[in-house]
Design a protein around this ligand. Structure first.
Ligand SMILES: *Cc1c(COP(=O)(O)O)cnc(C)c1O
Length: 415
């Protein structure tokens, strides 16, 4: 890429050289829309509608309950879980799919605290995603043993790892800023302090390289509906290092976690493997939809996805600086690509109406309180020239003050 000012022609050249360009047509995206919100809700793979319709009409409609055996529904959750595991470097046998990210966090955090009964601190980042903080607070209150959720600044985490810390609970890529933690370094530091780790991969799975096995991570969770393109409210995933499974004690013990669910025993006995981290009947239709997105992600080499993601976040940040100077924007994502996930966050005092105006002009990103415009880069279905066009709309919305119109200043429930 040239060091001088970028032109739209430069970006068209990048699109021509893009080895991932053919993935775009595998997604259903409305014409004219520039979608920069795949970090929040991934786009729909074209094959999803057919897969879901076959499942609903044939497997459910005709096969009825026989499909648990005949259509392989029993094996479906484990199969998709293992596929997601390949995207994030999981040790085989540690992955399960189902429930929401929030609920999976509750389960794994509960198991982690039970494994460190003499310690009382859950260490995390103050800027972590709220549900992660709320789950930790709720669990601490429920346990009523004096647990504390200690929230520190990102740079203070390593120093805060002392012998009171039971669990280091972090989101690998911060939802607000896009800043990415060094997973292996912090996991090693946590282990050296005698603590366990729970990593939230909501903004990592399918977006950045993750090597749970290489980092010797203990527990992890993540979303199916962001970069995995599983659809709204898609089932989440969880990971427990198999070395911890035999002693792991989960706070929700449902019949799918039992050693023999169809023995209908009166007393809970945990399953040997990762099944003990599951709870109840898996959402089969949603898992089928998720598999389509995961299969697409597995087709794309992660090195190419990361290279394109880094190029896109670099280009977007440069274009914002180059074309929107003087309009009060401040890029808050790390400038160093090695410390950044697949998004660019830009602060502006009027971020909410600015984003509403962008969306009205078919540039879809999102707003995060109090003042951030969030732009997610999804290498599988986004092109470089679209970044130029998006920044051009941003420039016009700011220069022409379109965002001041009353309709863009009405707060809606989802931002
Ligand atoms: C998106 C996200 C979640 C979402 O949790 P749900 O239970 O699916 O609503 C949780 N944690 C982080 C860090 C996220 O980014």
């Amino acid at each position: 890429m040239p060091i001088s000012a970028l032109t739209r022609e430069d970006l068209i050249a990048l699109d021509r050289a893009d080895t991932l360009a053919s993935f775009r047509e595998r997604f259903s995206l409305p014409a004219g829309v520039i979608y920069l919100d795949g970090n929040s809700l991934g786009a729909m793979p074209r094959a999803t509608a057919g897969r879901v319709s076959t499942m609903v009409e044939q497997e459910w409609g005709t096969g009825l309950i026989r499909s648990w055996n005949d259509a392989g529904w029993m094996d479906l959750p484990g199969r998709i879980a293992d596929k997601i595991g390949r995207l994030i470097g999981a040790v085989p046998g540690g992955m399960a799919v189902g429930d929401s990210t929030s609920v999976n966090l509750f389960k794994l955090l509960g198991a982690a605290l039970a494994a460190r009964p003499e310690r009382r601190v859950i260490l995390t980042e103050r800027g972590n995603f709220p549900t992660d903080l709320y789950i930790a607070q709720g669990l601490s209150k429920l346990l009523a043993q004096g647990h504390e959720v200690r929230m520190v600044a990102p740079d203070d985490i390593a120093a805060a790892l002392d012998d009171s810390v039971a669990v280091l609970m972090l989101t690998h890529v911060n939802y607000h800023t896009g800043a990415m933690f060094n997973m292996s370094g912090l996991t090693e530091a946590a282990h050296a302090a005698g603590a366990l780790t729970v990593w939230d991969l909501a903004h990592s799975a399918g977006a950045v390289p993750v090597d749970l096995a290489g980092a010797d991570a203990d527990f992890a969770i993540g979303c199916g509906y962001k970069y995995l393109n599983g659809g709204p409210g898609a089932p989440a995933f969880l990971y427990v290092a198999p070395r911890l499974l035999a002693d792991a004690c989960f706070p929700i013990t449902g019949w799918w976690g039992h050693a023999a669910p169809f023995s209908f025993e009166a007393v809970f006995r945990p399953a040997d493997g990762i099944a003990r981290a599951t709870v109840g009947t898996a959402p089969i239709i949603s898992i089928a939809a998720l598999e389509v997105g995961v299969d697409l992600a597995l087709e794309a080499p992660m090195a190419a996805v990361r290279a394109k993601s880094v190029a896109m976040t670099d280009v977007f940040a440069r274009l914002v600086q180059q074309r929107c100077a003087g309009h009060g924007l401040e890029i808050i994502s790390p400038a160093d690509a090695a410390k950044r996930g697949s998004q660019v966050s830009v602060a502006h005092p009027n971020a909410y109406p600015v984003m509403q105006a962008l969306i009205a002009h078919n540039v879809i990103g999102d707003f995060r309180a109090p003042d951030v415009l969030r732009f997610g880069m999804t290498p599988l279905y986004l092109g470089f020239a679209e970044l130029w066009d998006a920044v051009e709309v941003l420039r016009r919305v700011l220069a022409e003050e379109t965002w001041k119109r009353p309709q863009f200043n009405v707060r809606r429930s989802v931002t």
